[in-house]
Design a protein around this ligand. Structure first.
Ligand code: 13P
Length: 250
């Protein structure tokens, strides 16, 4: 059976104690009033996990992190482990976001290790895959996302049924240029087929779309058969926009 869709906000490196409080209070109030049909999470910068955890308490809003170390503990300055995230009630951790692949040199195998580390602590990794514009124009979209997902499939074993995948075409992130519903569905269907070849539970694995999803285009993307939710950057920082996207999900 298909689960309800998942709408996850990725705040990236944005926020402040004051701004977070206003944003989360508004989202929680909106969820309480409308009774969202979907699951909803916000992935916040690590220093704010404790703050946002307490603001979410008693609400349907779940907590996520934007990254996790592939190591368990030790001399890894600046890293945050899955065990630490678990202590703060974190349910989701984004791994392999294109900004981490691009600016921090994260390889497919590092991303796969991170997914495995999250799963070992009961945290759902949101595994990001996606092609650059050059790769799309060279006809490499399918092979790039297949390679990125294959590394995770190989690493997580039985944990595969517990991951979330996010297709985020790099050319659509923060650019206002969204993949059309047809373009996104085509890639999502290929990812689904890849998951089906690896697990009998592939239909229960949520495949989110991310990349300039907003209040205006969410409904048509979320109506596609293999789009199971969204990973929202800029629009998740504005409560009315985020709530409108949530309202478009089922
Ligand atoms: P935007 O929604 O700002 O394009 O960001 C998408 C994204 O990268 C979410 O992880």
């Amino acid at each position: 059976m298909k689960k309800s869709q998942l709408i996850a906000g990725n705040w990236k490196m944005n926020g402040s104690l004051a701004a977070n409080e206003a944003l989360v209070r508004a989202v929680v109030a909106g969820l309480a009033g409308g009774g969202a049909a979907c699951r909803v999470a916000v992935c916040v910068p690590s220093p704010y996990l404790a703050q946002v955890r307490s603001l979410c308490e008693g609400s349907a809003l779940e907590l996520g992190a934007q990254d996790v170390s592939r190591h368990g503990q030790g001399a890894y300055t600046g890293e945050v482990s899955a065990a630490m995230l678990e202590e703060f009630g974190v349910r989701y951790a984004i791994v392999g976001h294109s900004e981490r692949r691009q600016y921090h040199g994260e390889s497919d195998s590092v991303v796969a290790d991170k997914a495995r580390a999250a799963l070992a602590h009961g945290i759902t990794p949101i595994v990001c895959v996606g092609e650059t514009l050059a790769e799309r124009e060279a006809g490499q979209t399918a092979s790039v996302v297949r390679r990125q997902l294959a590394a995770v499939i190989d690493a997580v074993g039985d944990g595969l049924a517990r991951i979330v995948v996010a297709y985020e075409p790099v050319w659509a992130i923060g650019t206002g240029r969204t993949a059309t519903p047809e373009q996104a569905q085509q890639v999502h269907a290929a990812l689904r087929a890849q998951l089906r070849a690896a697990t009998a539970q592939a239909d229960g694995v949520a495949i989110l779309y991310g990349g300039s999803m907003n209040a205006a285009n969410a409904a048509s993307l979320l109506a596609q058969p293999d789009i199971d939710g969204g990973l929202i950057g800029g629009a998740s920082l504005k409560a009315p926009d985020f709530l409108q996207i949530i309202a478009a999900a089922h």
